[in-house]
Design a protein around this ligand. Structure first.
Ligand code: SF4
Length: 350
């Protein structure tokens, strides 16, 4: 009789592979798993590599060991702790959610799906991860890794970035979830991170190689189907470095929008470097010297080509501008690439 591929027992095969090969990670140390640890690690892992997350996770837990500690902290402390991870709305949402959990649920993450999903910054994926890993519920957690693995295993022809492709895979996940759903979700994450990787999957080491339709048909590098992404917007950014009596002038960004409420060097954006520099001179009513620092920063949908200029004969514009010594600005949340510029400027301050 012809064997179905993948066969119905592949989740068991994957789980026994995971029992022997699962990664040791700081947030997997507690048994049973701590819901707070699962939550914070999953949010940190969105858009950030596992290796980069480890030190952030450890220092976060030292600073805010419980949801109660996090709820009582100021937003600026939370943002400062997050500094370097990027996508700061994640940190803001964690903070808001912690306050809500403290108020409504006495500081413990709820174990009901609707309640978890109603918290700021928690979507289907994170809710599924928390409920399955920390509360033993039979819930899937579909992220990019899971979409890729299933698209290959089942040879899914739909675009996984479209909702039809996603729905098809969500149904497959639901129909294949075993009792140990938390371990299964983590096993899929590990398989997607280490073996069924985006470009050149390591099929020779894969525990599911005899179950995979894409491999059977030689399509493992062609799948999943993904529509082309829009090219990011490129902008030139001119940053003003104005040092006066051992202090540096910084500006607080508006409380809404990109990098909200974070501090930055006075900055002007334009489509050419010269226009950006003129914009900066206009903002500070001063003269910008030669560019002394250059950096290219890539966000999800935009790229900043940054130049920093030492300012002469400038004036402080209206708005939220303040002078900081390097010791002081090390303690405030600096907006993404401005933290790099701040490290460079430290050497210039007497
Ligand atoms: S056999 Fe290859 S393509 Fe298929 S699941 Fe394993 S690593 Fe991915």
């Amino acid at each position: 009789m012809k064997k179905d591929i993948p066969g119905k027992d592949w989740p068991k095969t994957l789980l026994s592979w995971f029992d022997r090969n699962g990664r040791e990670l700081p947030w997997r140390e507690d048994k049973p798993r701590n819901p707070y640890h699962v939550w914070i690690s999953e949010i940190m892992l969105q858009q950030t590599r596992t290796e980069a997350v480890k030190p952030y996770f450890n220092s976060w837990m030292e600073r805010f060991p419980t949801i109660h500690d996090l709820a009582r902290a100021e937003e600026s402390e939370v943002l400062h702790q997050w500094q370097g991870l990027g996508y700061y709305s994640r940190a803001r949402n964690i903070h808001k959610a912690a306050r809500e959990i403290e108020e409504k649920y006495g500081g413990t993450l709820p174990d009901r799906k609707e309640a978890v999903l109603s918290l700021p910054g928690i979507g289907n994926y994170t809710a599924g991860a928390i409920l399955s890993m920390a509360y033993g519920k039979k819930e899937g957690a579909v992220d990019g890794n899971v979409l890729r693995v299933y698209a290959r295993l089942y040879e899914v022809e739909e675009d996984i970035l479209k909702s039809s492709g996603r729905k098809e895979i969500e149904k497959l996940v639901e129909s294949t979830l075993p009792e140990r759903a938390g371990d299964f979700n983590e096993a899929l994450m590990d398989l997607g991170a280490e073996i069924c990787i985006p470009r050149n999957p390591r099929c020779e080491s894969c525990p599911l190689s005899s179950e995979c339709r894409a491999l059977l048909h030689g399509r493992e590098k062609e799948l999943p189907i993904r529509s082309a992404k829009k090219a990011p917007k490129e902008e030139q950014a001119a940053c003003g470095v104005w040092i006066r009596e051992g202090r540096v002038l910084l500006h607080k960004r508006p409380s809404k929008g990109m990098l909200a409420s974070m501090w930055e060097f006075p900055m002007a954006l334009a489509s050419s470097a010269e226009e950006a520099r003129q914009g900066l001179e206009k903002l500070l009513l001063g003269t910008a010297g030669d560019s002394m620092w250059h950096y290219r920063h890539v966000f999800t949908h935009r790229i900043w080509h940054m130049n920093a200029y030492q300012m002469k004969e400038a004036r402080v514009p209206d708005g939220e501008y303040r002078w900081f010594t390097p010791e002081e600005y090390r303690e405030i949340p600096l907006a993404g690439p401005h933290a790099r510029l701040a490290a460079f400027v430290e050497k210039l301050v007497d």
